[in-house]
Design a protein around this ligand. Sequence first.
Ligand code: ZN
Length: 495
Amino acid sequence: MHSMRVLAVILLAASAARAQSTETFRSWNQPVEPYRIMGPLYYVGASDITAFLLATPEGHVLINSGFEETPPLIEASVRKLGFRFEDVKVLLTSHVHFDHAAGHARIRERTGARVMVMEGDDDILAGGGKGDFRFDGEYSFPSCPVDLVLHDGDTVTLGGLTLTARRTPGHTKGCTTWTIDLADGGRTYQAVVICSMTINPGVRLVGNPRYPAIAEDYARTFRILEGLQGEVFLAAHASLYDGAGKAQRLRAGERPNPLVDPAGYRRAVQEARGRFEEQLAREKAAAAATLPAVGRVIADVPSPADPQGRYVLYLHGRILEEQGREAVSPDFGRYEYDAVLGALADRAFTVIGEVRTRGTGPEYARRVAGQVRRLLAAGVPPGNVTVLGASKGGWLTLLTAAEVGEDEVRYAVLAGCGSTTVELGPRLRGRILSVYDEQDRFRPSCQATFEHAPRLRGRKEVVVHTGLDHGLLYTPRPEWLDPVTEWVRAGPASP
Ligand SMILES: [Zn+2]
């Protein structure tokens, strides 16, 4: 009974939402007059849901198919312009949402056009909206086979005309911005069809489990869009570039062509970036407010990992491999392993550490590199991941740095360098801090290793004066904890 009632409530809510949006969607899908934008590029879309025809003597390219109900409008517009709909040879899209690609299956069937879709969106189109990080379960549409998967920078050429596909993800994972060079009146204009810069309601930029890299993707998308000319400013929704108003001005004979609007393009990108940055800052502040004041100690990468966390993977010295967790050295005393981990956790880091088995070899670095990669895959920024190793753990840390090969991941080596680590130099990537006591009998400076490591993004060596010799690393001393903490917290922008 109870579950029936819950189901009824959910269905009611869904149909209410659907009814409301259907009215909006209908208003986006009204027939409008087709027109020539410039040269071979024509507008063949509905009132707000755009579709663009690139007409060539060898057939046509169509960008976007609209809602499931839009193809007849597009077909009528193409014919009104004097072209044959059957001559559409290539079918593209801005992104695979139900308002831009739901007519794909029908148009492909009707024209035999080849459907080309950006990686990231290809599976979603083939699945009729299934797998979409925002709308899966909310909206679906007729699935459409994909004839070719595109990648960022790929070009589509037909009849001597070329379109360039830029992957501008965020709104969808394969969101595609199209650029086309158009000749008019003796000069060339870059037309840009913006995919979408909108962050849909309910989409989180921070800690989004269905799209961990969403914030980085949006940021990159804005950089790409800012690098384009956008002289002829177009988009998946006509409202973004005042398509209706500009079409009217064009029909009234306005010259120069009102669709040429690079200032409008720049403004639209800037405004969207502002909204993105505002939401990101708001979410980051909210996430920071709920962060635990102290960290914790765990044996392996948590699942799911918190993309907001700062992680320290601690690799202990050799003596623990031989004696276990309670190791005592005749020279340096007790290795206070748990106190070291606890001191790091007290500094609000999530500390990952385990006692290795005796005689662990260089292959252990692959395990640690795998842990680092899992954190990055969960959306943790590389600057928030530090591998910290003491003595033999320092050697394993350097091997990990070579294995991971990421410039922004951080590493700290406590008394862990020596003649054997110099040969690792050329393979080292990342930002490496070295700390040791000036009286350390093993002379574990990383300078020689650094000198052979031209690819390091950051390097620093701190020599402390405790008189503890190699025993420095046995206890959580502020002399090493402080510089390490500073290194871990420095974030992506420091040396
Ligand atoms: Zn969309």
